[in-house]
Ligand binder design. Structure first.
Ligand code: NAD
Length: 249
């Protein structure tokens, strides 16, 4: 029962595919109703959840536009009347060397990867604090710790996601709201597709992963259910690496 999410409502962002789709499915498999929010459609995610016998609704929205976040959150809350779990997963990456990194690339990444995470957490947090319970799960990265190469905006955003996770956790843990993050390692999704096209780089990364393989979106199902469920009630401000051992090496 520790991992049972029956009766809970989860709002998950970035659900058209990749990690967000798998986490939405994992939460639904554990019993949660899901509101899936993405800039591109989440039809496949919603259909897969309904096929399981679960409940899911979808919102199409560009979350990098801070002006719409309150309306989007209120619409999401309206579907099932409450939000118990928020998974801030939507994120983009722009790969250009720092010396040539365009201002637009920097701001696009920060607007989505950082600003939407803070403002959606604030909206969900107010609602959860009123109710005295809730779980917020942010998606960080190995680049919440490391600098990366050619992705300065992304690295800045993911370091900040780790910081915001701890800042909110410190204020809200005593009021029944747990804020934690998942830091995925190298996972096979659109985000890493350009790296996967480079066989030499892919192999050198794989060799450094103690598990000996890249992660798949399904590898996040267990961790997200853990952080969304009462099994993690005394976990606060934690960044959970799901990286096949990458950070320990
Ligand atoms: P992805 O590109 O497959 O998925 C990104 C999702 O975000 C998609 O559903 C897309 O529709 C949505 N999205 C993009 N722009 C949006 C916007 N403006 N508004 C709303 N939704 C938007 O990539 P992914 O790998 O599944 O990435 C998910 C998260 O995981 C991101 O935060 C990413 O930084 C993080 N991450 C990924 C990896 C990896 O190896 N794939 C590693 C660490 C962290």
């Amino acid at each position: 029962m520790l991992f049972d999410l029956t009766g809970k409502t989860a709002v998950v962002t970035g659900t058209s595919g990749g990690l967000g789709q798998a986490m939405a499915l994992g939460l639904a498999e554990a019993g949660a109703s899901v509101v899936a929010i993405s800039s591109s459609n989440s039809n496949a995610t919603v259909a897969a959840i309904r096929e399981l016998g679960g409940q899911a609704e979808e919102i199409s929205a560009d979350l990098s536009n801070a002006d719409i976040l309150e309306d989007v959150f209120n619409e999401a809350r309206g579907f099932f009347g409450k939000v118990d779990i928020l998974v801030n997963n939507a994120g983009i990456i722009r790969r250009t060397p720092a010396a040539d990194h365009a201002a637009k690339d920097w701001y696009d990444v920060i607007d989505l990867n950082l600003n939407s995470v803070f403002f959606l957490s604030q909206l969900a947090g107010r609602h959860m604090l009123e109710r005295g319970s809730g779980k917020i799960i942010n998606v960080a990265s190995m680049l919440s710790y490391q600098g990366g190469i050619n992705v300065p905006g992304y690295t800045a955003s993911k370091h900040a996601v780790a910081g915001v996770t701890k800042a909110l956790a410190n204020e809200w843990a005593c009021r029944g709201v747990q804020v934690n993050a998942i830091a995925p390692g190298y996972m096979t999704t659109n985000n890493t597709a350009p790296i996967l096209k480079d066989e030499a780089r892919t192999n050198s990364i794989t060799e450094r992963i103690p598990a000996g393989r890249w992660g798949t979106p399904d590898d996040l199902k267990g961790p997200v259910v853990f952080l969304a469920s009462s099994a993690s009630d005394y976990l606060s401000g934690h960044i959970l690496n799901v990286d096949g051992g990458w950070m320990g090496r």
